[in-house]
Design a protein around this ligand. Structure first.
Ligand SMILES: NC(=O)c1ccc[n+]([C@@H]2O[C@H](COP(=O)([O-])OP(=O)(O)OC[C@H]3O[C@@H](n4cnc5c(N)ncnc54)[C@H](O)[C@@H]3O)[C@@H](O)[C@H]2O)c1
Length: 275
């Protein structure tokens, strides 16, 4: 008996990083997995890895038409949906507001909020009826950026705060049949989180940052000695997506490697690597 036996799980933005790691974990826990992904290139890689085992749908979370086509594909194959996991996202480039050209603010806001916020709202609306039927679950991805400054720029931070509030509100609206929870990771190894086209940064990826520098900065702030892989977040998402979660709704789990448990008196890097 596995955690996700007989569960149909749809992951939005599962082409790389967190969503892909969660997809792998859910498969390992016995789930039927579908992935909706906007990048055609990533879908080629997914096809090579999963073959026919995973239902792959090319689509954009900001498009109602694409979400409905995804719904049709899932229902055609399995006849139901048990869990919707939102893992899509883009970054805002981490530019201080004062340095964002005034005439770019609206397009930057629209781009980040369409993918990082509206995409979660539209998906919840499109799939809620199916999830009510299955007494299913929604799991959305927030970030530690929703809880403290400097996890991104203003636009990313505000979007991730919105996801946290969406979890609260939808848990209330969809109760008791659908449980809605979130996960707020701190750092994710192998993330390809891209920057915004509104600032010409769509070619920049988190994975471009030299690994050592990123790791050093991350470990200087957290209590646990590793930058988690996407797969390490899998158990949290899988549990919240499963029928075994009979105790939580409206919560966002802060999976922060101890980041927030610091009062920062000893301001230096604590050497925990290898411990
Ligand atoms: N990277 C981090 O350190 C970090 C930390 C906390 C939270 N997060 C969040 O985790 C989630 C996953 O990010 P990641 O770091 O794994 O990055 P990622 O870029 O590797 O994964 C995000 C995926 O979403 C897809 N996507 C983007 N726009 C889409 C759209 N319109 N429709 C469908 N798919 C779309 C991307 O192509 C990509 O495959 C995001 O919500 C991100 O904000 C990331």
């Amino acid at each position: 008996m596995q955690l996700l036996d007989d569960h149909v799980v749809l992951i939005l933005g599962g082409g790389s990083g967190l969503g892909l790691g969660v997809a792998r974990h859910c498969l390992g826990e016995g789930a039927h997995v579908a992935i909706m992904e906007v990048s055609a290139d990533k879908l080629v890689d997914l096809k090579a890895e999963f073959g026919e085992e995973v239902l792959l749908v090319h689509g954009d979370v900001t498009s109602i038409e694409d979400l409905e086509a995804t719904r049709t594909a899932v229902l055609d194959r399995w006849g139901r949906l048990d869990a919707l996991i939102g893992a899509q996202g883009i970054f805002d480039g981490n530019i201080p507001l004062k340095d964002v050209p005034l005439d770019r603010i609206e397009s930057l806001f629209d781009e980040v909020f369409h993918i990082d916020v509206l995409g979660y709202i539209l998906a919840a609306r499109v799939f809620v009826g199916d999830l009510e039927q299955s007494h299913g679950a929604i799991v959305l991805t927030s970030s530690t950026a929703a809880y403290a400054a400097d996890g991104g720029g203003l636009f990313y931070t505000a979007a991730k705060g919105a996801v946290r509030s969406i979890v609260n509100q939808l848990a209330f609206e969809f109760a008791p049949r659908v449980r809605v929870n979130g996960v707020a990771p701190s750092g994710i190894a192998n993330s390809q989180l891209r920057g915004p086209a509104a600032l010409g940064l769509e070619g920049n990826k988190q994975s471009d940052i030299p690994k050592e520098a990123f790791l050093e900065q991350f470990l200087s702030l957290t209590l646990m000695p590793t930058l988690p892989t996407p797969e390490e977040y899998g158990p949290l998402f899988a549990y919240l997506a499963s029928r075994h979660n009979t105790t939580m709704t409206g919560q966002t789990i802060v999976a922060d490697q101890g980041l927030f448990n610091r009062a920062v008196i000893s301001n230096g890097t604590v050497d925990r690597v290898g411990q």
